[in-house]
Write a protein that binds this ligand. Structure first.
Ligand code: NDP
Length: 337
């Protein structure tokens, strides 16, 4: 065979991609130059992030150009080598895209290391998705014994590992998936403690029943209606590793959802760390430091402030309503006495 195939982005999708957005191309198998190897793809990983690469939009990675080969990671075998460190038959992985062959410098490759497991695991449970679950749970989720961990897209490579890591940490794992087959897999094979079908008539109610003590870790893979169902159940100090929001990848369904989509997408793409608090949480530790440091500065005029004082308690409602409309200018106070 002297021809190889590759799949390029033919056009950018509007909403859900169609086959017309892709084009299969045939070309002569390239000949590696000095320092390169020729690899033949064994497995190509298809992952949700690829939908983002089809858009010409600012993101954490550049989009695929029109006519460009679709991006993706593969496991491949070296079929020709002009590099001293690689021999024919070596099995490697790397982001060479949706193509059957490529002549590349090995700097874009690494040797597959699955410690005796199937080659395919290099693209799944022991590859990028698995590491995503592992790192998100270790660094952010930090499940503790007895806590409740919820994850959606739970039968996929990220979610299924999230649930299992939760259980290894002694937490309860509640998985959300679409349809009875996926739910049965989570319940019967992965032994999740609870399973919710997000296509059920009352997904939010089903989830609440399975989380009587609330949710301590929500590993966010989806967004959309699932996030809305999770939000009221989150406990104080719950952790939310914001990993992905696949519900929005084809675009938000409504203008309102668009705002939530922008917010959640920014949280994921910019690795934003959002930690809520109520000041009372810190009073015991910091209040005396605060007064000791700032009161002298206020007294010395080094810290300035402005007050907006209305006269008479009867003015309070109007002042308050005015404040909500921005009509106060400085700290709003009512002079009562
Ligand atoms: P999966 O193999 O689980 O595939 C995606 C699944 O998402 C689908 O099978 C479907 O499962 C579910 N899904 C899609 N749309 C919806 C929706 N509207 N509501 C509910 N569920 C939906 O994917 P991965 O395990 O590879 O990835 C899971 C998430 O992790 C994605 O958001 C992905 O972008 C993100 N990710 C993030 C990474 C990072 O570094 N931050 C790296 C890797 C992945 P079902 O039928 O159960 O609904």
């Amino acid at each position: 065979m002297s021809e190889y195939q590759q799949i390029v982005l033919a056009s950018r999708p509007r909403g859900t991609p169609t086959e017309d957005n892709f084009r299969i191309e045939n070309a002569q198998i390239p000949i590696p130059t000095d320092g390169q190897v020729l690899v033949r793809t064994l497995y190509l990983s298809l992952d949700p992030y690829m939908r983002g690469r089809m858009n010409d939009a600012k993101s954490y990675a550049a989009p695929v150009n029109i006519g460009g080969v679709m991006e993706g990671e593969v496991v491949a075998v070296v079929t020709e080598s002009r590099h001293a460190d690689y021999r024919v038959g070596d099995v490697v992985q790397g982001r060479i895209g949706w193509r059957t062959h490529a002549a590349v410098a090995p700097t874009v490759l690494k040797r597959v290391d699955t410690r005796g497991n199937a080659l395919t695991t290099a693209l799944g449970v022991l590859g990028m998705p698995g590491f995503t679950a592992y790192s998100g749970m270790t660094v952010i989720g930090q499940p503790k014994p007895g806590e409740t961990v919820v994850v959606a897209a739970a039968s996929g490579p990220v979610g299924s590992l999230v649930g299992q890591l939760a259980q290894l940490a002694g937490a309860r794992a509640v998985g959300i998936a679409g349809g009875p087959t996926k739910c049965a897999y989570l319940r019967d094979e992965l032994k999740f403690d609870g399973v919710v079908d997000h296509r059920s008539a009352d997904m939010a109610g089903d989830l609440a029943k399975l989380c009587p003590d609330g949710i301590d870790v929500y590993f966010e893979n989806v967004g959309g209606a699932i996030w809305q169902a999770v939000l009221p159940l989150l406990n104080r100090y719950a952790r939310v590793p914001a990993c992905g929001v696949i519900a929005y990848y084809n675009g938000p369904g409504s203008a309102e959802e668009g705002l939530l989509s922008q917010t959640m997408t920014a949280i994921v793409r910019q690795s934003l760390q959002i930690r809520g608090f109520i000041n009372t949480e810190f009073v015991d530790r910091y209040y005396s430091d605060f007064l000791n440091e700032l009161a002298p500065k206020v007294a010395a005029g080094e810290i300035r402030y402005r007050e907006d004082i209305v006269d008479g308690l009867q003015e309070a409602p109007k002042a308050f309503i005015g404040m909500l409309a921005g009509r106060n200018f400085g700290k709003l106070l009512v002079k009562v006495g």
